[in-house]
Design a protein around this ligand. Structure first.
Ligand SMILES: Nc1ncnc2c1ncn2[C@@H]1O[C@H](COP(=O)(O)OP(=O)(O)OP(=O)(O)O)[C@@H](O)[C@H]1O
Length: 455
């Protein structure tokens, strides 16, 4: 039978495995109950007959494809000496079974909640192990919570996490042996498998493992198996993990994080990001917005969204976003812009301005007005109506004459249908009408003229 020797590479002729195989029972006492079974093998608890060492013994089913898989698993796993890769302790010279340390359980069974420290240490360890495999041209292709097993930990660590189940591994093209995968034949675990594996798994790159590990991270944080069409991480939760999960799980291969070393760098950045105090982070992001750094505005908006009770975050950072970016953000994300601007307006009405100089209140008022103008000019009139009520209340509350003049100028220019969206908001607040009313005031809109000029 023709088989590949992965160490030397190339094709070599070896004896048929049935001639050189040793039965597992000749060397080990197998527990009658299995630890479990997969698509090509069964796993038993077993004890060595002489040393009495307890191990897990994986034995392939008596089918050619199953034997091919376990042979591949043994050969590749043996090459991968890394503390976070399941070691092969002993194996049949004919490659029909092997032994490994007994695992406590897998990640699926051991997850107790979203422990971010634990997640980061798992990602760093598994990422490093997969990097070693990738350097050898091996792509696992089936990273999922059940394939990440826990061995007893050392030096104070509870567990040593290891990547197991290397039966789906993709070898470099020059080492390809019997074809285990064909174009169009999907592989991996649903919810965790990279999209490109369903078209041509033979072309899988390290980015396929990056994708799966990114999905594992999302699963770990939420406790739910990823499903297509459902956001991996819900809004406003684990915000600091979102850039990491997004970058790793891009459907488009070109847009995705390509390597495990990059993935590991991002995990470290997540922890730094998480531990950075909110004002420091807000200040850094605002500076990024002013300098036009990509992603800064989005990150600042996410921060503000996640801390809606933080008055100083709204006054000192959010409201300081310059007019240009404020306008374009309000046009590209009108719903969130209206919502967060309303939150700022309510802080202006309900909360203390503290020891800030009173004249600086013109900045948040102008910011609110910019959002409102952008919503109206883009015909987002429902959102504009919602924000207008809070904006007018803040304007009246602060009585800033400069802002009053700008508000009136803007109202004077409003035309249909925007005027009909704004008029009822004014009509509902006699104090607002009173504040803006100006005899003889001229407006394009008849309805606004009637309300504010008194006739
Ligand atoms: N070293 C081990 N110690 C304890 N249990 C193990 C060990 N290795 C595997 N198992 C358990 O044995 C079962 C079968 O594992 P196996 O790797 O054959 O299949 P699978 O991953 O479930 O399926 P497939 O290989 O088809 O994807 C799993 O439930 C796994 O948790």
């Amino acid at each position: 039978m023709r088989l590949v020797d992965p160490v030397k590479g190339g094709w070599v002729v070896m004896e048929d495995e049935s001639n050189i195989s040793i039965k597992a029972q000749d060397r080990y006492r197998l527990d009658a109950r299995t630890l479990g079974h997969g698509s090509y093998a069964q796993v038993f608890r077993a004890a060595h007959k002489e040393t009495h060492e307890e191990v897990a013994l994986k034995r392939s089913y008596n089918r050619q494809d199953a034997r091919d898989r376990i042979r591949r698993e043994i050969q590749d796993q043996k090459r991968l000496a890394h503390p976070n890769i399941m070691p092969i302790l002993d194996h049949d010279p004919g490659f029909t079974w092997y032994t490994m340390p007994l695992a406590i359980d897998n990640l699926e069974g051991l997850r107790q909640g979203p422990d971010e420290e634990e997640l980061a240490s798992i990602l760093l360890a598994i990422g490093e192990a997969l990097d070693v495999a990738h350097q050898l041209g091996l792509v696992h292709r089936d990273i999922s919570p059940p394939n990440i097993l826990a061995l007893p930990g050392q030096s104070g660590a509870k567990y040593r996490w290891v990547v197991a189940d290397w039966g789906m591994v993709r070898r470099p093209p020059d080492e390809a042996s019997r074809i285990l995968t064909r174009t169009g034949q999907g592989m991996g675990t649903p919810g965790f498998d990279a999209p490109e594996l369903s078209t041509d798994p033979r072309k899988a790159t390290p980015a396929a493992d990056v994708y799966s590990l990114g999905r594992v991270a999302a699963w770990y944080l939420t406790g739910t198996t990823p499903r297509s069409g459902v956001r991996l991480l819900p809004d406003a939760e684990f915000l600091h993990w979102r850039p990491f999960v997004n970058a790793c799980t891009q459907q488009d291969l070109q847009m995705r994080t390509q390597s495990m070393s990059e993935l590991r760098r991002m995990v470290q950045a997540v922890l730094i990001d998480r531990d950075e105090p909110v004002p420091t982070k807000a200040s850094r992001l605002l500076e990024g917005v002013v300098l036009g750094q990509e992603g800064s505005l989005e990150a600042l908006v996410r921060l503000v969204d996640a801390h809606q009770d933080d008055t100083s975050l709204y006054f000192d950072y959010f409201a300081q976003i310059p007019t240009g970016p404020t306008r374009s953000w309000s046009q590209s994300d009108p719903e969130r812009a209206a919502l967060l601007a309303s939150v700022l307006a309510r802080h202006l009405v309900n909360d203390s301005w503290g020891d800030r100089d009173k004249e600086y209140v013109s900045t948040p008022l102008a910011f609110l007005h910019t959002v409102l103008q952008a919503l109206v000019s883009d015909n987002n009139l429902g959102h504009a109506q919602d924000l207008a009520a809070d904006f007018f209340a803040a304007d009246v509350h602060w009585q800033d004459q400069e802002q009053r003049r700008r508000s009136l100028e803007w109202l004077a220019d409003l035309e249909a249908p925007a005027d009909r969206a704004i008029a009822p908001v004014l009509g509902a607040r006699p104090d607002v009408v009173e504040y803006y009313r100006e005899p003889g005031w001229q407006a394009r809109s008849v309805v606004l003229g009637t309300i504010l000029a008194g006739g």
